[in-house]
Design a binder for this molecule. Structure first.
Ligand SMILES: N[C@@H](CCC(=O)N[C@@H](CS)C(=O)NCC(=O)O)C(=O)O
Length: 249
């Protein structure tokens, strides 16, 4: 017999393979909570030593998140979010709009978040020269400005401060997953990614997103992420100091 969740939708057993700090996993957990599908098992994964279950469920990328629904794996965060709309049509509001053009626009911005915002933001942390860093910062801020424009456009079409219009939807989930990670990176980079003076709509959106019950239930604290970041930097410094020591011998 299929299990019932609190939406009354017969959903079958659900498991999320995740890692607590992952923005991609956060997307899936926020989406599940928004749908009221809270009756799932969360299985934390060690990404340094991947479990047989993770490799079996996502043999191509071996990455989290994976949603296991009635024993069948679904991979890639935004595909999981779409899957929840398809598999649980009776649970909460649909994340993607019904209109084909509006659906295409939502998918465009979700792809933009991963392709432009995320890649340039990651480059800020990965670049070695000041010139490369300045370029990555400029590209990140340009992507943030483009998202500010998308939010303004949603408001002009009658939206209520969400990319999804009246309520949080596909793009809100795509971007929302990165909110804690971006906030946690600000002290170490000294860079304000979402500056209320430059991006007032987006700054208000960040507050709105963080106040959602679904986000509060699933989000890691910024302090925990900052601590993890410091630990990683210390580990990298130990590794490079050991490397330099070997070169000197
Ligand atoms: N495009 C993927 C990205 C998932 C991803 O990069 N997950 C990271 C954790 S944040 C991971 O599992 N990394 C393990 C690895 O790269 O081996 C998605 O949207 O789900």
């Amino acid at each position: 017999m299929e299990s019932q969740n609190d939406t009354g939708v017969g959903g079958g057993e659900m498991k999320v393979l995740g890692a607590w700090a992952s923005p991609f996993v956060l997307r899936v957990r926020v989406a599940l909570h928004l749908k009221g599908l809270v009756d799932y098992e969360y299985v934390e994964q060690d990404l340094a030593e991947k479990s047989e279950l993770l490799v079996a469920c996502n043999p191509v990328h071996k990455k989290v998140p994976v949603l296991l629904h009635a024993g069948k794996p679904v991979c890639e965060s935004m595909l999981i979010v779409e899957y929840l709309d398809d598999a649980f049509p009776g649970a909460g509001r649909a994340f993607l709009p019904a209109d084909p053009h509006a659906r295409a626009v939502a998918r465009f911005w979700a792809a933009y978040i991963d392709g432009q915002l995320l890649s340039s933001w990651l480059a800020i942390h990965a670049t070695t020269t000041e010139e490369e860093k300045a370029d990555a910062v400029a590209r990140t801020l340009a992507a943030v400005d483009a998202l500010e424009g998308a939010l303004a456009e949603a408001e002009r079409s009658g939206g209520k401060g969400w990319f999804g219009g009246e309520s949080e939807g596909f793009v809100d989930i795509a971007l929302g997953g990165f909110v804690p990670a971006i906030q946690a990176s600000e002290p170490s980079t000294g860079l304000r990614i979402v500056d209320p003076a430059r991006n007032p709509r987006l700054a208000a959106w960040v507050e709105r997103f963080c106040a959602l019950d679904a986000a509060r239930a699933a989000m890691p604290t910024v302090d925990r992420l900052v601590e993890m970041g410091k630990k990683r930097i210390a580990e990298q410094e130990t590794v490079s100091a050991a490397g330099e020591g070997r070169h000197m011998n």
